[in-house]
Design a protein around this ligand. Structure first.
Ligand SMILES: C[S@@+](CC[C@H](N)C(=O)[O-])C[C@H]1O[C@@H](n2cnc3c(N)ncnc32)[C@H](O)[C@@H]1O
Length: 199
């Protein structure tokens, strides 16, 4: 994508919900699946870059003590801040990946519908930072549309291939259907805790 700033500026100026996250059943179902795939009930510190208008952020916030959401687009940041207003422990910042990767470690990183907007080199950089900054026992979830997106150098399968090569983590979930791929990796010790009780 040659000029992501203007591309996303135009999208958000036309519609505050450009991918119809609030209206479309497809998106609600994908979001529910994303949340159901997270192995743990609670996370200490989550990171969702490319948070858009905060529709997934609201749900992630319910599972995280602290959640950092970022987006390169000022309008998206403003919309996400409004969406998560009043929820404890959530911060939304305007940052561009890969250089805007935040300091510190996370036990949850969610890379959802983001990778194809970056160049392969920049995405590789993101993957390396994500792998390095995931705590022991932490989960990294990625979910992407499988079909080509105009103006983007990579498609969803390419985005996930690159992640699988760059992440030195254990693959835990691979879910693919007609339109999207969802994968989850963990840093050992990983797995589902069968003794955990519902909060
Ligand atoms: C399709 S939305 C994804 C929303 C959310 N993660 C979800 O899946 O529900 C992609 C968002 O990524 C943001 N974005 C694209 N490239 C980015 C980059 N290099 N750094 C940060 N945000 C970026 C866009 O502004 C847009 O809001």
């Amino acid at each position: 994508m040659t000029d992501p700033e203007s591309y996303f500026d135009n999208l958000y100026s036309d519609d505050p919900d450009p991918w119809a996250y609030r209206r479309r059943w497809y998106e609600k179902r994908k979001r529910d699946l994303t949340l159901a795939c997270l192995p743990r009930q609670r996370y200490s510190r989550g990171f969702e870059p490319g948070c858009s208008n905060g529709e997934l952020s609201v749900e992630l916030a319910k599972r995280c003590d602290q959640l950092l959401c970022t987006d390169l687009n000022a309008q998206a940041v403003d919309l996400a801040r409004k969406r998560v207003a009043g929820l404890p422990g959530v911060e939304v910042l305007q940052r561009t990946l890969p250089e805007g990767w935040p300091p510190g470690e996370f036990d949850l990183i969610v890379l959802s519908e983001l990778g194809y907007y970056l160049s392969p080199q920049a995405w590789q950089d993101v993957a390396q930072r994500a792998g390095k900054n995931l705590t022991a026992g932490g989960s990294l979830l990625a979910c992407h549309w499988l079909h080509p997106i105009e103006g983007c150098q990579m498609d969803g399968p390419g985005v996930h291939r690159l992640l699988a090569q760059a992440l030195e983590l254990e693959p835990l979930i691979h879910h693919q259907e007609k339109d999207f791929i969802l994968e989850l990796w963990g840093r050992p010790p990983v797995g589902f805790d069968l003794s955990e009780v519902v909060e």
